[in-house]
Design a protein around this ligand. Structure first.
Ligand code: ZN
Length: 145
């Protein structure tokens, strides 16, 4: 069971990660954290994570998955990306960066911050300053016919 091996290797690390973020390391949070953070950098939706959790044999509701993702986001462990009104991605890379979004597959890929320069930004409304610009470059395969 490769899954078991990974669990044990990551367990202390994940427990630590949650505790440093101010979250109690419950079994459910640890289980979800393993799925989220145990596989390298990821962009995943709540639906995907729920599917993975069920597959991994966890017994939990979709609401628990949503709540946990939002707790992780608020604690700074994840970054929320609103790709379109129907899809929210949770990104394990919380450093500022941009994204390619494959419109056909829904797959997201990082673009380093310094590979994009945004020019000609409008003057922000009175009394406000620009905090950041997140670029989503939408891609698809060219039509082959
Ligand atoms: Zn990303």
């Amino acid at each position: 069971m490769t899954g078991q091996v990974i669990t044990h290797r990551h367990d202390d690390y994940l427990r630590d990660l949650l505790q440093r973020a101010g979250l109690r390391a419950t079994r459910q949070r640890l289980g979800l954290a393993e799925l989220i953070f145990g596989r390298g950098e990821r962009h995943l939706t709540a639906e995907e994570l729920y599917g993975e959790a069920i597959q991994a044999g966890m017994r939990l509701s979709q609401t628990t998955v949503y709540n946990t993702l939002h707790q992780f986001t608020e604690a700074g462990l994840l970054r929320e990306i609103l790709a379109d009104p129907r899809r929210i991605y949770f990104d394990t890379n919380v450093d500022p960066h941009h994204h390619f979004l494959d419109e056909d597959t829904g797959e997201m890929e990082d673009i380093p911050m310094d590979s994009v320069s945004v020019m000609g930004l409008p003057t922000p409304p009175a009394g406000k300053m620009i905090e950041g610009v997140d670029v989503i470059v939408r891609v698809r395969r060219p039509d082959t016919h």
